[in-house]
Write a new protein. Structure first.
Length: 197
């Protein structure tokens, strides 16, 4: 729960164009794959001499829980720390933890009781990661192209950047639904770039 909360609190500070790299990193860490460095423009370092340290807590009072996060450090560093820490867990429990982290990535409201319930909920929508359409027509529509269009690679990248900026709460987008919207835009870009070669 703490790792999921830290991810939810930190993902808002991630450059929207780095979301796809985050999804790939999460998949790789859960599978126990070797992680090429750097990731999200940062290098994982095992040597801790001279590095900053953050302390984050999950506090329970009766039936309620709340989070206390250190306010220093870049959000992307906390995000990477949480995902790499989950990757060090035993392979038997990793799927449960990464499912919670994925729910944290998608969360776009303040942390609180609703977030805890969301993470603990065993809903079918999260049974598969990135269970989004792979259809080119869906991707064209998602990025605002006509179905009969064949946009260039530059057109796809430009439209993606424009829409991701508009969807991001830091640039005036609505907080409600921002996470899922950015995931959909990222998936649509991936589909169209693969089609275009």
């Amino acid at each position: 729960m703490l790792l999921a909360g830290l991810v939810a609190a930190s993902v808002k500070g991630l450059d929207p164009e780095d979301l796809e790299d985050l999804y790939d990193l999460i998949d790789d860490l859960e599978a126990g794959r070797r992680i090429a460095q750097p990731r999200l423009r940062h290098r994982f370092q095992k040597d801790v001499v001279g590095l900053d340290r953050s302390r984050h807590s999950l506090i329970g009072e009766g039936e309620r829980v709340y989070f206390e996060f250190d306010s220093h450090g870049l959000p992307v560093v906390n995000l990477l720390g949480a995902t790499y820490a989950a990757g060090l867990l035993d392979a038997k429990i990793r799927p449960v933890v990464f499912r919670s982290i994925r729910k944290g990535v998608m969360w776009d409201r303040p942390l609180g009781d609703a977030f805890v319930a969301h993470v603990l909920e065993n809903d079918a929508a999260f049974s598969r990661w990135r269970a989004l359409p792979t259809d080119t027509r869906w991707a064209l529509k998602m990025l605002g192209f006509a179905i009969e269009e064949t946009p260039s690679r530059d057109d796809v990248q430009g439209r993606f950047r424009e829409l991701i900026r508009l969807a991001h709460p830091d640039h005036g987008g609505s907080i409600d639904g921002a996470g899922p919207r950015m995931v959909e835009l990222t998936q649509a870009r991936k589909i169209l770039l693969a089609v275009g070669g």
